[in-house]
Design a protein around this ligand. Sequence first.
Ligand SMILES: [Zn+2]
Length: 311
Amino acid sequence: MLPFKLVYHPKYDLNLGPHVFPSQKFRLIHHMLLQEEAAVASDFVEPAEATDEDLLRAHTEEWIQKLRAGNLTASEIMKLEVPYSPELATAVWLAAGGSILAGQLALRDGFGCNLGGGFHHAYANHGEGFCAINDVAVAIRRLQADRAIQKAMVVDADVHQGNGTAHIFHDDDSVFTISIHQLNNYPAYKPPSDVDLNLADHVEDDEYLETLLPVVKDSLDAFRPDIVFYVGGADPFCEDQLGGLWLSKNGLKERDKRVFEEVRRRGIPVATTLAGGYARNVEDTVRIHMNTIIAAKEVAEGKQLSKEATH
Ligand SMILES: [Zn+2]
């Protein structure tokens, strides 16, 4: 049994059929975690859909109503880059509920892991790049409304810049956003995060970690958030179809683990979300996302702390 909960719902599947976004990955991650006995059935909890009140703290009423009714314009669907279906709407409502629940569980257990979400390209008033609802923004605003937290930090390690998150929180001093991403990649316009780490093409494990970790440490010490939302991202992987960084699977697990160590060492809770992953073989994407959970487990159990974390 894991020392924290995994938030998952069978309806996380975005119902995309053949599409570069492997929407079956959510189901496969759940299946493989059980099959490899990395988790047991009682480790999983099902979220409820986020309420309209929750969504409206991060999104406009017009956008929520369009998504609910399914009357997006052709240009809105083009920007979203996924076909609209009622299943897609259910999936993103659940993903937002899932990130709220992961945040609540993280405050209780130290970690809370949403096996979905990380839809960081969603803006307040429109969707982009496979992201309709910005689940992390919804979750942070809900925890703040409940007075469970005051300040949150977002560490976004997806290969693509977290434009929607950066835009939503641009004028919000209670949320500190860090995005590490490939500069020469989608989105073309990158609204500023509090810290943007713009990487050149083909950056590998060591340079990536040497860029990210000092900024995470310094930002944690300076900002002192009440919770960190981690947008994992499997797409900095060297065999990703939509990414141009050259991280290995081990490097990505090291990334997760080192970030978790820094956050947990300061006693700060971490809620994790999946975000993107478009490896040529979907098994690689699934493995990288599973490794995020295993990294959290190792850090939660205080095992195999890397050398730097021991002094
Ligand atoms: Zn991405």
